[in-house]
Design a protein around this ligand. Structure first.
Ligand SMILES: [Zn+2]
Length: 410
């Protein structure tokens, strides 16, 4: 009872009357840890999915579009006869990357399993060419020893990382895409196919077949998406358990073929199979990617441009129903919890610098025991605002062990 009275008196002390010509409402601004501590309760909310479950990272409408840093390393022989020239190469890869981003955004419905109702979600990641100094993110390297890609025979080197180690730039935060010619000797062999092929090695990838097909950059866009999918934790779906229930095993058919068992159709159109579409990414696959791009302890988080370190005032996240954030999350704008809605935060949540959480009358914010709300950029955020109007007030419940940090004391 005493605590309640104390809460009431303190709340009264920090009430600021806010008025404009249309309506009158009250605001309680909680911008210090002491003020927030008043809302702590000995409660634990149900957490259906853990902070590390890939399903906790399936993108939703409130997730901002992540920008993944990439650059391009063109490999050529020292006489410059076996690779792209600078003008053509820049045109080709700009086209290809633009097309790859477009294909990601155009995510299609899964063909398999037949009759599925797997949702089609916006992938919420795109590639952005990134420079380090005064370069433009496109690099040309001339090296007779390391420039070629060989995936067959005695000189096979597709798994070799030497070219990456020698030429990569900003490799811990930029995905280096090595565009390599097939070996000049391989080209003379009838059994060697120069088709598009690639391999993801650590944080970089090597792709080949493009140099031999200089007019069709779009034909290799899903090859890029596939290889970057590997870097972000996606596995082939056709033969093994890839960790996702929504990507069924399949005979890995390139196209519908009448007389080939299992390929009569429908066939997989998933990005991580070898088929002539590669246009579908399932929700679980997207969760896998975003887990790597989001978790604080993931080395892949460094590949994402830190858009959460700037407050985007052109938009706000509106919570309009009951929502659980089971995974870690970085917000790029203010969060508003509207009348009748409840947001329960279970893991790490970063609020952008000078950002805030606003709980509207009738809205509710619950911060669970393992949650941390902070600013991930060593800056501060403005805290939580409770709005009150006509006897109705925003509600806040903070579990005893939840961590709230980096609030500016206004
Ligand atoms: Zn693959």
């Amino acid at each position: 009872m005493k605590k309640l009275l104390y809460t009431f008196l303190l709340s009264l002390m920090i009430i600021v009357l806010f008025s404009n010509c249309k309506s009158k409402s009250e605001i309680i601004r909680l911008s210090s840890i002491d003020q927030l501590d008043i809302y702590r309760q000995n409660v634990v909310f149900d957490q259906e999915l853990s902070c590390s479950d890939v399903l906790s990272y399936i993108p939703d409408d409130n997730l901002f579009q992540k920008q993944v840093r990439i650059n391009v390393q063109f490999m050529n022989s020292e006489d410059s006869l076996h690779g792209f020239n600078e003008e053509k190469g820049r045109w080709y890869m700009k086209f290809l990357i633009h097309n790859a981003n477009k294909r990601l955004r155009g995510n299609q419905k899964m063909n398999l399993p037949e009759g599925n109702d797997t949702p089609v979600l916006a992938p919420k990641y795109q590639y952005v060419i990134t420079s380090i100094d005064d370069d433009d993110g496109y690099f040309w390297n001339y090296d007779d020893e390391l420039c070629y890609f060989v995936n067959k025979g005695r000189h096979r080197n597709n798994y070799d990382k030497e070219v990456i180690e020698k030429y990569e730039i900003g490799g811990d935060s930029i995905i280096n895409i090595f565009v390599m010619p097939h070996h000049k000797d391989s080209l003379n062999s009838k059994s060697y196919k120069t088709h598009g092929t690639g391999i993801a090695l650590g944080n970089s990838l090597k792709i080949a077949g493009l140099v031999e097909d200089k007019e069709k950059p779009w034909a290799y866009a899903t090859l890029l998406n596939h290889e970057i999918g590997h870097i972000f934790g996606l596995r082939h779906t056709w033969a093994y358990n890839d960790g996702c229930d929504d990507t069924p095993k399949n005979p890995n058919c390139w196209q519908e073929t009448k007389n080939r068992k299992g390929c009569e159709g429908p066939i997989s159109n998933n990005l991580m199979d070898y088929n002539n579409s590669q246009m579908a990414i399932s929700p679980c696959q997207l969760g896998t990617v975003h887990k790597r791009l989001t978790m604080k302890n993931s080395k892949y988080r460094k590949f994402v441009k830190e858009d959460w370190c700037h407050l985007d005032t052109s938009r706000q996240i509106n919570i309009i129903e009951s929502v659980n954030w089971f995974g870690e999350r970085d917000a790029t704008s203010d969060i508003h919890i509207m009348d009748g809605a409840t947001l329960t935060v279970h893991c790490r949540l970063s609020i952008p610098p000078n950002g805030e959480i606003v709980i509207h009358p009738g809205g509710k914010l619950q911060i669970n025991e393992a949650a941390t709300i902070h600013n991930d950029c060593d800056l501060t955020w403005k805290g939580i605002r409770l709005l009150k109007k006509g006897g109705q007030q925003g509600e806040l419940i903070i579990s005893q062990s939840a961590v709230i940090e980096d609030i500016s004391q206004i």
